[in-house]
Design a protein around this ligand. Structure first.
Ligand code: PMP
Ligand code: GLU
Length: 402
């Protein structure tokens, strides 16, 4: 018999987004023509100046350990970005750069939580938040989606019943994954005003900041300075600069938090690869302008996907105005089919992959059974072909009319 494993870590679910992407890639390697709408990553190549900067750094011998939490030039550049683009003043000691926003968020859970601490996570939520909290010994408390999913509001009335003496933090994601929507500035401000006198950490995941199509996505810290002392901003380069494989993300927040997150990094991944840092620095030299044309392309793809999906009146969806997701409500369609119940998008997504070779993440992964997530950051022809196969699958299960 083997010695036992960690009880706490054994409770964790593997990331469903990563697992589905891996399965889709395996099927493609076996020769199937898979349409992969699963993983959240732009299909654009990383912009050339960024790639060149990293190559130059490699050739110059920047291949040794870097400084923990990111070198000073990169942390300074992040401060400049936050000032220029977000009107937020931070000092480099308040910034920690890590191996993706995912590592930063994981380390934040470890740094902030004691056993039994509760973290409020509004559904639909990104798959890793709950597992990070569990890994750190905390308890994720999911705030359910509003019944009227067409108005995906996060209001103080929704939060209030879940606030307890054990509440330690709340996670807010805008633009949202998987929702694909942006909380409008007046609502961000109202939330900030409400949270300002609550003694909890506010984790604001702004990784899709540049993907806000019907008006800007504005940080709660910008709109509501009163939250600043307990506000932790999380952002990264994966989405905004098409750098998913480079693994660079950061936090900006109170110095004691930054210190602890940096300590964790010294005891885990040590540092960012220094040539990757040079790529990230180059991205910041250009700023959001570097990707402006790509954001227009994403918006066109959003419009195309919405126009195709609207041909099926049985389908509902959250209003997609940010990130690159559409969170499709299949509940009515599944309920009509004799094969599924309205809260089972998991089995439908398996069928969709195995029979129709389309990979989409089921809502169960995001705390919203009966939904399915479309990641539309793919070529338009792929989008058309994949959505046509989705339509075929929905007709075949008897959920929609031909
Ligand atoms: N937050 C959200 C909402 C995400 O969708 C992702 C996607 N991976 C991340 C954080 C982490 O991104 P990364 O680790 O690639 O920086
Ligand atoms: N965030 C992306 C997604 O939701 C990438 C995969 C992951 O890290 O979860 O698909």
């Amino acid at each position: 018999m083997l010695p036992t494993l960690s009880q706490r870590i054994s409770q964790l679910q593997p990331s469903p987004t990563v697992a589905l992407n891996t399965k889709a890639k395996e099927l493609a390697d076996q020769g199937h023509k898979i349409i992969n709408f699963s993983v959240g990553e732009p299909d654009f190549p990383t912009p050339e100046p960024i790639v060149k900067a990293a190559i130059k750094a490699l050739e110059a011998g920047k291949t040794r350990y870097g400084g923990a939490g990111g070198g000073l030039p990169l942390r300074k550049a992040i401060c400049e970005k936050l000032l220029k683009e977000n009107e937020l003043t931070y000092t480099p000691e308040q910034i920690v750069v890590g191996i993706g926003a995912k590592e930063i968020l994981f380390h934040l859970s470890l740094a902030l939580l004691n056993p039994g601490d509760e973290v409020l996570i509004p559904a639909p939520y990104w798959v890793s938040y709950t597992e990070h909290v569990i890994a750190a010994g905390g308890t994720p408390i999911v705030i359910p989606m509003p019944a009227d999913h067409k108005a995906p509001r996060l209001t103080k009335e929704m939060i209030a019943p879940y606030l307890t003496a054990k509440t330690k933090a709340i996670v807010i994601t805008s633009p949202s994954n998987p929702g694909g929507y942006v909380i409008p500035p007046n609502e961000v401000k109202a939330l900030g005003d409400y949270l300002a006198d609550k003694n909890i950490w506010i984790l604001s995941d702004e990784i899709y900041e540049y993907m806000s199509f019907d008006g800007p996505s504005i940080s709660m810290a910008t709109l509501c300075p009163a939250v600043r002392d307990r506000f932790i901003l999380i952002n990264g380069f994966s989405k905004g600069f098409a750098m998913t494989g480079w693994r660079v993300g950061y936090m900006a927040g109170p110095k004691p938090v930054a210190d602890l997150v940096r300590t964790l990094q010294t005891q885990s991944s040590t540092c960012l690869p220094p040539f990757v840092e040079e790529g990230a620095l180059e991205a910041l030299r250009h700023g959001r302008q570097l990707m402006a044309d790509k954001m227009v392309i994403l918006q066109e793809r959003r419009d195309l996907a919405v126009s195709i999906l609207k041909k099926f009146p049985e389908l509902d969806m959250l209003p997609p105005n940010g990130a690159f997701y559409i969170f499709i409500d299949l509940r009515k369609v599944l309920a009509k089919s004799a094969l599924y119940t309205n809260d089972n998008s998991l089995d439908f997504s398996k069928k969709l992959l195995e029979t129709y070779h389309v990979a989409m993440v089921p809502g169960e992964a995001f705390g919203a059974p009966g939904f399915i997530r479309l990641s539309y950051a793919v070529h338009e022809d792929t989008l058309k072909e994949g959505l046509s196969r989705l339509g075929d699958a929905l007709v075949a299960i008897g959920g929609i009319r031909n």
